[in-house]
Design a protein around this ligand. Structure first.
Ligand SMILES: Cc1cc2nc3c(=O)[nH]c(=O)nc-3n(C[C@H](O)[C@H](O)[C@H](O)COP(=O)(O)OP(=O)(O)OC[C@H]3O[C@@H](n4cnc5c(N)ncnc54)[C@H](O)[C@@H]3O)c2cc1C
Ligand code: FES
Length: 385
């Protein structure tokens, strides 16, 4: 076929030619379009969302799902696997926590989040015990990179979920079911006890009707009547289900789970870039991390001078952001896991410990910037806010 004919077959070709003719004749009135792009960007990426709790479901004894609708009726689109950062004020402290959106991106009327109780958890307990139908919440717009990318990830995806780490995968599985996607998914779902397995009925239903989706439940502390897979998700089980090196792995769960699963995955014959990880929540025991200074104990406290403002006391074992929030100093935050850079703050003097996984740019290291959401004071420090 001649080159001109191929071009004419492109979708939208006739529209562009017609528009060009009009532009050549009358020119373009930029004033008429002023603000149009800005308003589209604002609708797709608003700084904050005002939400109302429209439904609460007790999923398991320790977890509830909450459907959140928008006050003004518009929710920005998101990619399955992304989260929103939910802002709350409780006990006189303004703080926030990220929660993955568990609903399918095809569902544009609400976001569903599922919150699992954490022992002594500050925000999880507040959301589970205090939040009622009709209450209002503020959140960030959807964010995060823990989502599928068709250019890099292929069409065979293995999910390894621990506890509440099921939520981003639930969104991806629901999307597969809603759109009948031609993508192969296998879920390995690890839970301490059977009673804590979230979305079990729905996962079983989707598996029964979609040939592209399969799953395994692995329970580490089962009761005597449980006759499924017991223990942890280990390489032999993965090898049994994953036929070949072209699978992309997504891992999401608490720190304890990925410390066990990642070394298992390293035994698989695949390049490291075929694994994507999301860690949910700050470390339970930061002093046990590699590189933590031996002379600093969990109960130690250091002074944090905020230049030109005030000086506060901060526990070595808590992220600096939490100590600042306790003192009424709220800094911008999104991921609270060292990834998004929004909380980037200048460290003027002293030392902080930042665990592996904190995504500091080279320039941040050189010019002394830290991510307070994942920075632990290990000496007296001074920061600039
Ligand atoms: C990307 C991402 C997605 C996530 N998705 C989910 C999800 O779908 N479901 C889910 O359940 N979890 C999810 N999480 C984890 C979630 O964000 C919280 O970490 C989790 O709910 C525990 O929060 P918490 O405040 O209850 O506990 P913690 O923050 O661990 O609190 C523990 C301790 O700190 C104290 N404390 C903490 N903050 C303060 C404060 N400001 N003032 C005073 N005391 C304080 C508490 O008293 C308590 O002793 C996700 C995390 C990330 C990073
Ligand atoms: S809030 Fe994202 S890096 Fe700190």
């Amino acid at each position: 076929m001649a080159k001109e004919n191929i071009i004419q077959k492109l979708e939208g070709y006739d529209d562009i030619i017609r528009e060009n003719v009009v532009l050549e004749k009358y020119g373009f009135d930029y004033q008429a379009k002023k603000g149009e792009v800005r308003s589209i960007i604002d609708a797709l990426h608003p700084a904050k969302l005002d939400l109302i709790v429209s439904e609460i479901v007790q999923e398991t004894p320790s977890a509830k799902s909450m459907k959140l609708v928008s006050v003004d009726g518009i929710l920005p689109p998101f990619q399955a696997g992304q989260y929103i950062n939910v802002f709350v004020e409780t006990g006189g402290v303004r703080t926030s926590r990220p929660y993955s959106i568990a609903s399918s991106p095809t569902q544009t009327g609400y976001y569903e989040i599922t919150v699992r109780r954490v022992d002594n958890g500050f925000v999880s307990n507040y959301l589970l015990d205090e939040l009622k139908l009709g209450d209002r919440l503020t959140s960030s717009a959807p964010s995060g990179n823990f989502h599928y990318n068709p250019l890099f990830h292929g069409d065979r995806l293995a999910f390894i979920a621990g506890g509440s780490g099921i939520t981003p995968f639930m969104s991806m599985i629901r999307e597969l079911a809603d759109k009948n996607l031609d993508r192969r998914l296998h879920l390995f779902y690890g839970s301490r006890i059977e009673d804590d397995v979230i979305y079990r009925k729905e996962i079983e239903r989707i598996e029964s009707v979609h040939k592209n989706f399969t799953w395994d439940l692995v329970v580490s502390e089962p009761n005597s009547s449980f006759c499924g897979l017991k223990g942890f998700i280990h390489v032999d089980l993965i090898r049994e289900k994953i036929d070949g090196p072209d699978w992309m792995f997504f891992v999401c769960g608490p720190e304890a789970m990925y410390q066990f699963c990642l070394p298992e995955l390293e035994k698989m014959p695949m390049p490291g870039r075929k694994t994507k990880i999301e860690v949910m929540g700050a470390s339970k025991n930061i002093t046990a991390h590699p590189g933590w200074p031996e002379n600093v104990k969990a109960g130690d406290a250091f002074s944090v001078a905020i230049k030109g403002k005030k000086t506060i006391s901060a526990l070595a074992s808590e992220p600096l952001m939490i100590s600042l929030e306790r003192a009424g100093l709220v800094i911008p935050a999104l991921c609270r896991s060292g990834e998004c850079s929004l909380c980037r703050t200048k460290l003027l003097s002293g030392k902080v410990y930042q665990p592996n996984g904190v995504k500091l740019r080279k320039s941040d290291r050189v010019f002394g910037y830290i991510h307070p959401c994942m920075a632990y004071p290990i000496t007296d420090i001074e920061i600039l806010l």
